[in-house]
Design a protein around this ligand. Structure first.
Ligand SMILES: NC(=O)c1ccc[n+]([C@@H]2O[C@H](COP(=O)([O-])OP(=O)(O)OC[C@H]3O[C@@H](n4cnc5c(N)ncnc54)[C@H](OP(=O)(O)O)[C@@H]3O)[C@@H](O)[C@H]2O)c1
Length: 239
């Protein structure tokens, strides 16, 4: 998709990769970016630009989607970025942790895509970008709750892609490795900057890449997974 003159909506735009998406979209020529956050107050730090429109969206709230569909009726590119991460293994984590991760990482993406796919189609076509993780390909047990929600969202992306192909809406899956944001604060691994990830994702969208591995770690992990997915599963299981 051509990003020049696009009208984008970014969920979870107040910080982390979402905030980087807002600026990368403007740099790529978007004519308007709806920066969506659970609380409008948190969007103050995103910056001042006449092309940024602050909007309220908690992706777990149906009424927020209803209101936003009326306001943001010119969207051509949806970035489903909002996400939460609860650490914990599937054998020990509280069920509430599963509910919280699925509410945002799976049902949030579902509600957002169902709301905006018809709007994008009506506006002449465009794209949906869903932020997954390399852990959707193979699970690390300590991230079991989060991984399950992201793997389910990856399956959702494939179904959306098939369903929307003939309606002019491309659906992109993004599988980042570790990124330097609040989400992985305190986890001592090499991380990519959120600005670099956002830029690489938009380059992938411009090229029409369906599946995007936006950093060196995820790109090499993808090659290893293609060569021998069982070896990657065993490697992650031991971490
Ligand atoms: N960081 C990584 O290493 C990494 C790696 C792979 C994939 N990802 C994915 O990339 C995306 C962005 O992550 P990040 O690293 O930027 O995380 P982050 O810094 O923790 O930011 C998460 C964003 O999601 C928002 N959010 C959470 N629940 C929401 C809800 N119910 N409704 C609307 N917004 C909500 C947060 O808003 P509040 O400020 O209101 O909480 C915040 O803006 C996520 O989907 C994440 O899973 C991240």
């Amino acid at each position: 998709m051509k990003l020049d003159n696009s009208v984008a909506l970014v969920t979870g735009a107040n910080r982390g990769i979402g905030k980087s998406f807002v600026h990368a979209l403007l740099a790529a020529g978007a004519k308007k970016v709806y920066a969506a956050a659970r609380s409008l107050d948190t969007l103050a730090g995103v910056g001042i630009d006449p092309r940024i429109v602050a909007v309220k969206l908690d992706v777990t709230r149906e009424d927020d989607f209803r209101d936003l569909a009326a306001t943001a009726s010119d969207v051509t590119l949806l970035v489903n970025n909002a996400g939460v991460l609860d650490f914990g293994s599937v054998l020990e984590a509280q069920l509430q942790a599963f509910e919280r991760n699925f509410a945002t990482n799976f049902y949030g993406v579902l509600a957002s895509s169902r709301t905006f796919a018809p709007i994008i189609e009506k506006n002449g076509g465009g794209a949906i970008v869903n932020m997954h993780t390399v852990l959707a390909l193979a699970s690390m047990p300590g991230f079991g709750v989060y991984n399950a929600s992201k793997a389910a969202a990856w399956s959702l992306t494939q179904s959306l892609r098939a369903g929307l192909a003939s309606r002019g809406v491309a659906v992109h899956a993004v599988f980042p490795g570790p990124v330097d944001t609040e989400m992985l604060k305190g986890v001592p691994v090499p991380k990519t900057s959120p600005d670099d990830v956002a830029k690489a994702v938009l380059q992938g969208v411009s090229r029409g890449d369906e599946d995007i591995f936006p950093d060196p770690m995820s790109a090499s992990l993808y090659q290893a997974w293609r060569n021998d997915h069982k070896a990657v599963e065993k490697q992650f299981a031991a971490m």
